[in-house]
Design a protein around this ligand. Structure first.
Ligand code: 4AD
Ligand code: MG
Length: 445
């Protein structure tokens, strides 16, 4: 058995490099697997090892006869998270969830845990598990969530890459705010100071004027003093930006994009969604067209459902839940009052108290997953908005150049990755949707 794997193949080409997810390619062949002990059970002369390799879990059955006394003793005495190397014959087994098990022919210990593994089979509280996040990641539930996250990221990239968008990376260290000054993380920057980006949008706009259709995809930061199940201080956002597009085109794009991500994840990650016991019915309904309602209609819905609201109110999580409960798929709320939205949103032609913007609210209480808008492309109006928001015109000099030189209608949106993963996986809190969550009171491990 070779300890080292060849990582250049897909795990189904060679039996010496097999992975559990590809095991069906090796029926009746002898494979080598590398992984960790997920559980072990033995009765006299036979032992049952559940082996975890990151791609799945498979039962390996070993006996003294097949591996000899010395190795059998090692097998029997191995404990949770012992690192092991196994070799054996792949056998069809109808009782197995994956349809196969391994008849062990060889067994080696790579390393034994130095101490008892802290996460046992008993129930642990979330606070404890969060402290052990680096180990908690190994549980099958966390692995399923992270595989789905990876699939969603791939779907996002494929969607835009396949439609003529260019990926543009925007800076993390920025000289000014994008989404209001109250949630900025400040950091020393030599003799000056800088801020961690809240959104790549402004740089996305500049890039769209250079390349037409672009998307920014990266980490963003908000010094959000909110301890809710929807807020992280560091989260990933994907932000398409398109030159020559208005708010209607923006809504068409958001709707098509969400349908694609959800349907593709259901198709490619069904096994993981099953591990999470996700009800697929509401996800299967996520098809175009999505309902589109005016902000003022959303206010009416709240008033009719015992959630008193008036024009000019911003919606929190509770309001979003009430609104989303009226629909069976994501709902797009558009044309909010200018007074409660960001400085860059385009004033509506017919009613200057409104802006051409859209928030997409996910079903099942997952809240706002997309915030987007057409951007103000009129030089005088955008200058006035910068002033109203108490921002320095100097800091936005470069941004104003986009209006100075060949200004065109343009629009885009930002989709929060972790809220989207929470919704699709059905996980109640965003802390489980990113490998190492950063929360107001949590920056360890
Ligand atoms: O609505 P937001 O603040 O919009 C923007 O940042 C725009 N500049 C995007 C654009 O038009 N290019 O944020 C967009 C999305 C939200 O809908 C939400 O999904 C997510 O980002 N988000 C958060 N996710 C987790 N934790 C937080 N603290 C979040 N704040 C926003
Ligand atoms: Mg928003």
């Amino acid at each position: 058995m070779n300890l080292f794997r060849n990582a250049t193949d897909s795990g189904k080409e060679s039996p010496d490099n097999a992975t559990i997810d590809q095991i069906s390619h090796f029926d009746q062949k002898t494979v080598t697997l590398r992984g960790w002990v997920s559980s072990i059970r033995s009765s006299g002369k036979i032992a049952f090892l559940q082996l975890r390799d990151g791609t799945g879990i498979i039962q390996c059955v070993g006996s003294i006869q097949d591996i000899g006394e010395e190795k059998f003793e090692k097998l029997k005495s191995s404990t949770l998270e012992t690192a092991v190397l196994v070799s054996g014959e792949v056998k069809k087994d109808t009782r197995s969830k994956i349809g196969f098990e391994i008849g062990l022919k060889d067994f080696e210990i790579v390393s034994r845990p130095l101490e008892e593994y802290p996460i046992g089979k008993k129930e642990h509280g979330v606070a404890f598990l969060m402290e052990q996040r680096h180990l908690w990641l190994r549980s099958s539930r966390q692995v399923a969530i992270l595989r789905i996250r990876s699939e969603i990221i791939r779907a996002i990239r494929d969607y835009f890459d396949g439609r003529g968008f260019y990926l543009m990376d925007s800076p993390i260290l920025t000289p000014n705010s994008c989404e209001g000054t109250s949630t900025l993380f400040e950091t020393p920057y030599f003799d000056d100071k800088a801020y961690l980006t809240q959104s790549g949008q402004l740089y996305g706009e500049a890039s769209a004027m250079a390349l037409g259709k672009i998307y920014v995809f990266g980490p963003t930061f908000r010094a959000e003093k909110s301890k809710t199940r929807r807020h992280l201080t560091e989260f990933w956002m994907v932000e398409p930006e398109v030159a020559f597009m208005d708010i209607n085109g923006d809504m068409d794009l958001a709707e098509d994009f969400i349908e694609y991500i959800v349907q593709r994840t259901i198709k490619n990650r069904r096994a993981e969604l099953e591990i999470l016991e996700r009800d697929l019915t509401p996800l299967e309904r996520v098809k175009k067209p999505f309902p589109r309602i005016l902000y003022s209609e959303a206010v009416d819905i709240l008033n009719k459902n015992n959630k008193p609201a008036k024009f000019g109110d911003d919606f929190g999580g509770d309001e979003e839940t009430v609104i989303s409960q009226q629909f069976d798929r994501p709902v797009m709320i558009h044309h909010y009052p200018k007074a409660i939205k960001a400085f860059y949103m385009k004033e509506n032609d017919k009613d200057p108290t409104l802006v051409n913007c859209v928030d997409v609210i996910a079903p099942e209480g997952y809240g706002e997953i997309i915030g987007g808008s057409q951007r103000e492309d009129d030089m005088e109006k955008i200058k006035a908005r910068i002033k109203e928001h108490g921002l320095s015109e100097d800091a936005f000099k470069w941004y104003l150049d986009l209006r100075r030189f060949g200004s065109v209608p343009h629009a885009g949106f930002g989709l929060g990755l972790e809220r989207t993963v929470a919704w699709i996986t059905g996980v109640p809190h965003v802390r489980e949707t990113i490998p190492f969550p950063r929360l107001m009171e949590k920056i360890f491990p």
